[in-house]
Design a protein around this ligand. Structure first.
Ligand code: COA
Length: 283
């Protein structure tokens, strides 16, 4: 275990070397996922009609300088410092290939997007604790951790593409319980995660005073289009107490909408009304 200088002078201790997993898994299938290269096109925010080729792939150890640079750039452009917690270079290095995996998007040689998947195993930061998961399920939990897109290249779905790639890696490796934390101040990230099947399960304070939704889904479960959306209860993302009240009553957040007054509201429904479809689990 090593100590990492974390957010706002906290010291976080993280296990390293937790991949590969300790259970039997298909190493060839994982290797295939890791070699995935996605080719897409991104538009530059300055000129939406000008499309540029973008390559998305899993990062290697020598991508650390580019990753640190993009992370700093994203942090320096946040409208509010609580939207993304600050990660040190040492923590980013660990995420690239020891505690997890990291995905990067490149336009020519410039990194324009990154996304971290991390497998906390027995570490105290395992989000399974927040949902009362037992040890066996916590071991198989993983986090969609940090991510960011270069401000000039937003709006081309890079976040969703990288989310799909990190979910594929987690699923192939047997880390089936997908978690993440998102700030209520961050509707763009939240909307992407909810659209990809995550649900809001809790609203807590993390990282020394930052409000965070705990979002979760099981890799093999798909949320069916809810017939209950019209009867959903909507709460403003800024209404922390109101949302906590609903979550405590057993509601889950499943959608996001923007009101005419440009507020962002989460759609909450009773968890008992949510229907999941279970995809077949490979032997
Ligand atoms: C969240 C984030 C990664 C999404 O980036 P992305 O994949 O490029 O975003 P999308 O393609 O989903 O964008 C969809 C729309 O939202 C807009 N948008 C995305 N992020 C935005 C932001 N931070 N501020 C304002 N508008 C934003 C896009 O311009 C696009 O608008 P359009 O449809 O009119 O073109 C990016 O906003 C970001 O890096 N934010 C700062 C760091 C962060 O929040 N990380 C996630 C922590 S959980």
């Amino acid at each position: 275990m090593i100590a990492i200088d974390g957010t706002h002078s906290t010291r976080r201790s993280l296990h390293v070397g937790t991949i590969p997993p300790p259970w039997p898994y298909d190493a060839a299938a994982v290797a295939t996922v890791e070699q995935t290269v996605v080719h897409t096109q991104v538009s530059d925010c300055q000129d939406k009609s000008f499309l540029r080729s973008c390559v998305i792939r899993f990062l290697k150890a020598d991508d650390i300088d580019a990753l640190e640079e993009l992370n700093e750039l994203v942090l320096n452009h946040l409208p509010h410092p609580h939207i993304l917690r600050r990660a040190s270079r040492a923590e980013l290095e660990i995420h690239i290939n020891r505690r997890g995996r990291c995905i990067g998007a490149f336009v020519d040689k410039l990194m324009v997007g990154f996304s971290v998947l991390t497998c906390p195993r027995d570490d105290p930061d395992n989000l399974g604790h927040d949902l009362g998961f037992d040890h066996a399920r916590r071991l198989r939990s993983c986090h969609f951790e940090l991510s960011g897109v270069h401000p000039s290249f937003r709006g081309s779905n890079l976040h969703r593409i990288m989310n799909a790639m990190r979910a594929n890696f987690a699923g192939a490796s047997g880390y089936h319980y997908l978690f993440g934390t998102v700030s209520p101040l961050n509707p763009y990230s939240l909307g992407n995660h909810l659209a990809q099947g995550m649900t809001i399960r809790k609203l807590v304070t993390k990282y020394e005073g930052m409000d965070r939704y705990i979002i979760h889904r099981h890799y093999h479960e798909r949320l069916l289009p809810p017939s209950t959306m019209t009867s959903a209860t909507y709460r403003s993302c800024q209404d922390i107490a109101g949302q906590k009240h609903l979550l405590d009553k057993g509601y889950w957040g499943i959608g996001l909408r923007r009101t005419e007054s440009r507020d962002w509201e989460v759609a909450y429904v009773p968890s008992s009304s949510i229907i999941f479809e279970t995809a077949s689990i490979p032997a």
